[in-house]
Design a protein. Structure first.
Length: 571
């Protein structure tokens, strides 16, 4: 008997891998599932889902939105691929969201079905209990079968799909407005995965430890779809726990852990690397030694940081702990997947840079003041000052539209003057320059001038006294101070300056006291510490010390909300 799938690149790739090789591991239980078992289970789930979708939407199945609430692991992968196999649009939702937010996603996406694991059944039922007034028909609720053992494997038959309507819809974090549904057709997801596979050189030998949320592009494309394309092994450790990650990384290098394979690929956000480093000293001595071996370049092939700016002290501390491994920074967002990346050679991982355009990605910088494109080779103005511009992107990796929101879609794209298709306006500002010694590795895409993110056009570029200041640059310097463990730099209203620079910080308890009488570190201490690191107008004029800076699941801060909360609505 043959399993039948639409002839899509993701299924062609999975079917081409050794059916006996390991695709997915549940880290805590050590349960393993092969690529052959994965396709067989996707086939079974697809048949069941197809019948449900015919009931929910008899007029058409292709392109229908299917929302799902399933914990990270094998069942999640089976569910996602079964939706693709039905040529439908997968809408992953986070179990950490309250029911009211999940209800918004169901209504906005006009989902015809909600798939839930037993673990999240109560939340799914709570979400559907209230009336969904903005869609004509309540989504059909279906419980996803728990698979503890793979069900063997069949021959695979791929069939032509005349109309490809499937894909994924991810929701923005909603830091500037209500979350928008970002439509990523199958062809876009394929282009994103193939671009990363070429740049980061995933192989069947890679063993990736997955600890990321799966309703974000980082966890879905970088750490799930791309390794599936490559035939890598993905090991899910869910829910995330710092000590559990240390134990798993160390296991192959401990006397009693030889049955575990070394992790070769780790990708997380900067706050997680910071948590790793903060907790390392509390590990038992044998685990510490094993961790150092696990992180060494010869074992951990690739360690990636993204979704937020990486503080230089964190990067340096990781290199010291790992015996020379250097974190690779990259730049991306929900709408575009990954767009820029540093190279695989350590010399191509330059502090503060997110590297070069990834394969198939076109990038340009557009001057925020004049709205003129900054040509290559003209990154410095007549006064010798680096020119800043908004990053604009185009190519096969760019999303199609904000779901049924023509106005928002139109506002974020700008017509090209070369007939090559519209450019997407990211809202992020960057500079670009040649870095001596970088771009010589031979990776064909990793060459030329490198990009340096200055921040969000709306929140991270502060205009004070006629000067433009990058909040990210100041945050890097603040985080280099021993007294500061977390920092957010914002602009607040000022009659004299237009905006003035302000810092919100979490202090390092061991360094928080200073001066006679054990006084707490103050704005004067901060300014004194920064005066030799930053030009005067960049040094924050105000300081607020807090216990915690709120962040979303990807370690990002909503700075507009932070300003209101800390400095008041008028700020």
């Amino acid at each position: 008997m043959a399993s039948t799938f639409p002839d899509l690149p993701i299924f062609r790739a999975i079917a081409s891998h050794d059916p006996h090789s390991t695709a997915i591991i549940h880290s805590r239980s050590a349960r393993r599932f092969t690529y052959g078992e994965l396709l067989k289970d996707v086939e079974d789930a697809k048949v069941k889902l197809y019948e449900q979708l015919k009931t929910a939407s008899p007029e058409s199945i292709g392109g229908q939105r299917v929302a799902f609430l399933v914990e990270n692991g094998y069942d999640y992968v089976v569910t996602l691929l079964s939706i693709f196999a039905c040529d439908s649009i997968a809408v992953p939702m986070s179990s950490s969201f309250p029911a009211i937010e999940l209800r918004y996603i169901l209504e906005n996406s006009e989902a015809v079905a909600l798939l839930s694991s037993r673990k999240f059944q109560d939340k799914a039922e709570e979400t559907l209990k209230e009336g969904l007034e903005h869609i004509p028909k309540k989504p059909l609720l279906s419980i996803v079968e728990k698979r503890r053992h793979g069900s063997g494997h069949d021959e695979v038959q791929l069939v032509h799909l005349p109309m490809k309507k499937g894909g994924m819809m991810l929701y923005t974090s909603g830091t500037t407005s209500r979350p928008k549904g970002v439509l990523l057709p199958e062809r876009v997801l394929t282009a994103q995965a193939q671009s990363l596979q070429k740049a980061w050189e995933y192989t069947t030998r890679d063993h990736l430890l997955h600890v990321l949320p799966l309703h974000h592009i980082h966890g879905t494309v970088n750490a799930l779809l791309t390794p599936l394309f490559a035939g890598s092994t993905i090991e899910f450790l869910f829910p995330f726990n710092v000590d559990a990650v240390w134990e798993r990384l160390a296991a192959p290098f401990l006397a009693d852990g030889k049955s575990k394979e070394p992790i070769t690929f780790l990708t997380v956000v900067p706050t997680v690397y910071h948590r790793f480093l903060s907790s390392y000293d509390n590990l038992p001595d044998p685990t510490k030694e094993a961790v150092k071996k696990a992180l060494a370049p010869e074992n951990l092939r690739l360690n990636i940081s993204g979704s937020a700016a990486l503080p230089t002290p964190t990067k340096k501390a990781w290199t010291e702990l790992s015996g020379g491994n250097v974190l690779l920074e990259r730049y991306g967002m929900t709408e575009v997947g990954m767009a820029l990346s540093c190279g695989l050679d350590f010399k191509d991982r330059v502090d503060g840079s997110v590297g070069w355009p990834l394969p198939s990605v076109q990038v340009r910088l557009v001057d925020s003041e004049s709205n003129e494109v900054i040509p290559l080779g003209q990154e410095v103005d007549k006064d010798g000052k680096e020119r800043e511009g908004e990053i604009q992107l185009r190519g096969p990796t760019i999303f199609e539209e904000y779901w049924r929101n023509e106005k928002a879609t139109a506002e974020e794209f700008v017509e090209a003057d070369d007939g090559g298709g519209k450019w997407f306006k990211t809202g992020d500002v960057a500079t670009r320059r040649i870095v001596e010694g970088a771009g010589q590795s031979g990776q064909e895409w990793a060459k030329g001038p490198m990009y340096f993110i200055r921040g969000r056009k709306s929140t991270d570029i502060i205009k004070t006294g006629g000067e433009k200041v990058s909040a990210l640059e100041i945050e890097r310097e603040l985080l280099s101070l021993p007294q500061v463990s977390e920092a957010a730099v914002v602009g607040i209203k000022s009659e004299q300056w237009g905006q003035k620079v302000a810092a919100v910080v979490v202090l390092n308890p061991a360094q928080a006291q200073t001066g006679k009488g054990g006084k707490t570190w103050s704005v004067h201490d901060m300014r004194r510490a920064l005066k030799d690191k930053l030009v005067a107008y960049k040094v924050p004029q105000e300081l607020k010390i807090v216990e915690e800076i709120p962040k979303n699941a990807m370690g990002k801060i909503n700075k507009k909300a932070l300003v209101k909360e800390i400095f008041g609505a008028d700020a």
